[in-house]
Design a protein. Sequence first.
Length: 262
Amino acid sequence: MTAPIPRDMPDVPALPHPPALLPSPVPATAVVPPVRRRLAAAYRLLTALLALTGVALALLSADPAGHTLSQFAIQANLLLALVMLASAWRAWRARPPLPAALTGAALLYVAIAALVHHLLPTNAASPFALPDAVATPPGERAVASHILHTTTPIAAAVNWLLLTTPGRLHLRHTMTWLLYPLAYLGFSLARGELLLPGARGRYLYPFLDVEHHGYRGVLGNALLVGLACYALAALLVATDHIRPDPARHLPVTGFRLRPPVG
């Protein structure tokens, strides 16, 4: 026989504090195993080698190494090479991608270098055109110029469009990205002041030539170029939020989580 159920149940004292559930995040690797992205790794490695090749050929040209390394395109391509090497290593080892702000900065800087090169010093219709730049440079300089100002920017854009996850860039990144061009402006003007007047290559870009335009004209030119750079950065962020997701073409795994892209 079972004991009868009492009519009056004793009161159970209330808990002083509700039990707190400890967070237990489950990493994506617990659901989807990490996958090596061999194609992305190989493409980024080739892009990095291409950028380093362009820099090496530019250093082998007739210009002094100090003048070559001071150019914005050279520095932008060196940054791109470092970012692509790190991204290739992460893709090969199935690691999370680099921060989008860093990869976006590398893309923006090579794009700025390419647009400035093609629209200002090498454009015969530009008021800042240089005769030596408009004419086809000989040998290694021609190959280096083509790699640094055309090939690597296109390669970086293709990597961004096809091998990275969209929607990771934000407008707050744009102001941070412009800190380097602003610092480069100060470096270029300080470098010009340290060199002797009339020295070859005293000012790295014709629109920053204080001897011809004065500081007021140079700062005006820099302001216009800076506004164009900000517009390009904002366009990059806007495009990042409307471009298609390359991961949607990956095979269905049965889980909602998918291997990372980037």
